[in-house]
Unconditional design. Structure first.
Ligand code: GDP
Length: 752
């Protein structure tokens, strides 16, 4: 593309006008000449020399159900691409991506580490071309779906890892749905083909049946369980047989498909061609006319259909036994998208939507998708550059805080090493060091092209507990630690009760909060006592209402005068809170609108039913009045709080509780007991499925009734049933339980 100012190309005209106007006035008003110079120098850069052209970049996530083998697979990818030189095993706690201590101890990956590596496919669509692959290892535990969600937001493609024995498990279903939501093209990797009971084709069927994915094998497994020897390449009609004398799986022989596999290979090759003909016109024409379709054409069709989300290629392997990883890497390069293959990212600029496309000559725009406190360098800000180039020393603008902050260092994460780099170009992922007031979901851009990318959406926390330091002297350290952790993790919230001074933390599950406590201890050296986990209830309204708030003190001295009238109405479940200013004619002066809104939001922090946060409503500020001398920000904030409380009381408020989606897998003989028990827990059975001699039961159960379920199900079934659960939605608390919750809440007024 020609070197030109793409900002002018991508912005709608009106928006651009507004934008340059505001830029000019800001410059005139606030910037010093020297500063302006720096900013100017740093924005319209020459196109820098990229190490990898955009089309040779793959930003890939690896997502799966816990234990399916993401960590092992990531580890192997790093090994085969030459980043680590020794294979680390998850079970001995040496895996490179699991670098947080607790993760090592627990053997689960709870934070997404962004790691860069390189791979060259010797054959395929881009023979001999070296590609940069940025890998995001996403967590698999149900408590951390927000982590998965936030990494999917910045990825271009993904590998969904399934266990060859278990097939599609509940968490893989959740991740799959999240990938659909963010339209992430993907490949499926069926891991653990060496395990007893591994069934590659069964897993492929499962993906089709349960997830509705148009999944087809690109390779078949040669043997399974302890006879899993290698892979059969359906496109090349070759077999790759691993050399068992090389434990690292570096060596494999490329041979003709052995006679006993030929028929099955031809059958699945034909099915693959037919599947591609169904989604790709060019293949369809040749297929119908009975013409030969070249391997190259098939590959092109797979790439196109994968990018269009019409096709999912499936690869068998065993990461643990070092088989199949090289083929998976080849497929990542060949079939998953580069940043150029994706639709433009949307951003908001002066209340208008603008498209952001990757271009190195544009001023930089990127999204913060993860924060990590690093013991050596402080705050690492994981950042995806959507357009432009971010350079070391550059000043970036945060539209949320309206502040500019300097990027003192830029680093690439290569396993546990940080490699300092001078610049990160569009499409790339890096970590920034320097900016302080940044939270996950922030956009960092150039001040003169101030744009807000859509931040990822995060679920509401469902569990809360009180927390206090073991020694009073640690109070400050605790507050600092909690603040840091909340910045990193948008599903973790901290609130404090003004009356009792009690601090409450809220998150996605018991494990989530346990890990937070652990991190407080390890990273911030604060030992904290926690209360019993409590349900994080929510409140909402069921009808429209109006409320008036007055905060008027006019006796003696400087008075106070704030007065606002608001209207509130219910919104659909999950829509959050909207506050709209409809004041006309300056009945509330402009400078007091924001304080009124703030007051309203503060009022909504403690609903009138039992003091829980109020969600899913729209509030409109419609009227009010002011006093020339006595009006102040504080007075309008108080008026906002009072107006909200009054309106909410009249709007038939209700209490909401979190409902979990629970899946129990049990031997048939315990099916009745499990169902009876779920019913006692106020469960609503959604469906049952028989698989051999096991039954899978799906139900919605209030979280309140799920405490201690792990122990109960074990004793009910002699340890033979297993279950998993995730937050599904919020529902109204039944009337007969309401008074008990309200009563408990009134005894412990702090909540979140
Ligand atoms: P994650 O939770 O998805 O990150 O899964 P891990 O990579 O931590 O793997 C979970 C467990 O499965 C570990 O004990 C691994 O050693 C084991 N595992 C991973 N891949 C394979 C495989 O291909 N075959 C077998 N038999 N075990 C595997």
């Amino acid at each position: 593309m020609a070197e030109k100012d793409l900002a002018t190309d991508t912005l709608p005209e009106e928006c651009l006008l507004e934008h340059s106007k505001s830029a000019a006035s800001t410059r005139a008003a606030t910037e010093t000449t020297a500063k302006e110079k720096t900013t100017k120098e740093t924005i319209r850069t020459e196109k820098p020399k990229r190490k990898y052209p955009l089309e040779r970049l793959r930003n890939i996530g690896i997502a799966a159900h816990i234990d399916a083998g993401k960590t092992t697979t990531t580890e192997r990818i790093l090994f085969y691409s030459g980043i680590v030189h020794k294979i680390g095993e998850v079970h001995d706690g040496a895996a490179t991506t699991d670098w947080m201590e607790q993760e090592r101890e627990r053997g689960i990956t709870i934070t997404s580490a962004a790691i860069s590596c390189e791979w060259t496919n010797k054959g395929g669509l881009f023979p001999g071309a070296s590609h940069a692959i940025n890998l995001i290892d996403t967590p698999g535990h149900v408590d951390f779906t927000a982590e998965v969600e936030r990494s999917l937001r910045v990825l271009d493609g993904a590998v969904a890892v399934f266990c060859g024995v278990a097939g599609v498990q509940p968490q893989s279903e959740t991740v799959w749905r999240q990938m659909d939501k963010y339209r992430v093209p993907r490949l499926a990797y069926i891991n653990k083909m060496d395990r007893t009971g591994a069934d590659f084709l069964g897993a492929v069927e499962d993906i089709r049946g349960k997830l509705g994915g148009n999944a087809h094998p690109l390779f078949l497994n040669m043997g399974a369980e302890d006879q899993f020897k290698g892979l059969i390449d359906l496109l090349e009609r070759k077999a790759y047989v691993y050399d068992e004398s090389d434990p690292n799986g570096m060596k494999f022989d490329v041979i003709d498909i052995p006679a006993e596999y030929q028929a099955v290979a031809e059958k699945y090759r034909a099915a693959l061609v037919e599947a591609l003909a169904n989604v790709e016109d060019r293949i369809a024409d040749k297929f119908l006319e009975g013409q030969e379709i070249s391997t190259e054409e098939l590959r092109q069709a797979i790439r196109k259909a994968t990018l269009e989300m019409k096709f999912i290629g499936v690869i068998p392997g065993s990461s643990f036994k070092n088989k199949g990883i090289q083929m998976l890497l080849d497929c990542i390069v060949d079939y998953l998208p580069s940043p150029l293959d994706l639709p433009p990212m949307h951003g908001e600029c002066d209340e208008k939507t603008v498209d952001i496309v990757p271009d190195d000559s544009h001023s930089p725009v990127g999204l913060v998708f993860k924060l990590m406190t690093d013991p050596f360098v402080g705050k690492l800000i994981f950042y995806r550059v959507y357009t432009g180039v971010v350079k070391k020393g550059m000043v970036l603008y945060n539209p949320r805080t309206r502040k500019q902050e300097r990027v003192s260092r830029l680093v690439l994460m290569k396993a546990n090493d940080r490699i300092d780099i001078d610049q990160a170009c569009s499409g790339e992922i890096c970590a920034l060091i320097g900016p302080r007031e940044v939270v996950t979901g922030d956009t960092l851009c150039d001040k003169e092209f101030s744009v807000c990318l859509e931040p990822p959406t995060f679920p509401e926390p469902v569990i809360s507990m009180s927390i206090e330091p073991k020694t009073k002297a640690d109070q400050e350290k605790l507050a600092l630690g909690l603040q840091r952790l909340a910045e990193e993790d948008p599903t973790f919230r901290v609130t404090s009760n003004a009356e009792t001074g009690q601090t409450l933390i809220a998150g996605m599950g018991e494990l989530h909060l346990e890990i937070i406590r652990d991190r407080l201890f390890r990273e911030f050296k604060v030992e904290a006592d926690a209360g019993r986990p409590q349900i994080a209830y929510r409140e909402t309204i069921t009808q429209k209402a109006e409320g008036e708030g007055k905060f008027i003190r006019q006796t003696g001295g400087h008075g106070q005068y704030g007065h606002a009238i608001i209207k509130i109405e219910p919104l659909e479940r999950g829509k959050g809170v909207e506050v709209v200013n409809e004041i006309v004619g300056g009945v509330i002066p402009k400078e007091f609108i924001k304080p009124t809104q703030d007051g309203l939001m503060e009022g909504a922090q403690n609903g009138v039913v039992a003091g829980y946060p109020v969600v899913d409503f729209r509030a409109r500020i419609v009227d009010g009045s002011f006093h020339e001398v006595d009006s102040s920000e504080l007075a309008f904030k108080m008026a906002g709080i009072f107006a909200f409380k009054e309106a909410m009381k009249k709007a038939k408020p209700i209490l909401l509780e979190p409902i979990m989606k629970v899946e129990v897998t049990t031997p048939d003989e315990y099916q009745g007991d499990i169902m009876g028990d779920l019913n006692r827990r106020r469960g609503q059975i959604q469906g049952m499925e028989n698989k051999g001699s096991t039954t899978i039961i799906n139900a919605f159960v209030p979280l309140e009734m799920m405490f201690g379920y792990a122990t109960d199900i074990r004793s009910l079934t002699k340890g033979r049933a297993s279950y998993s659960m995730e937050t599904s939605h919020f529902e109204q608390v039944p009337a007969n339980l309401l008074s008990k919750i309200v009563e408990t809440a009134s005894r412990a007024p702090a909540r979140t």
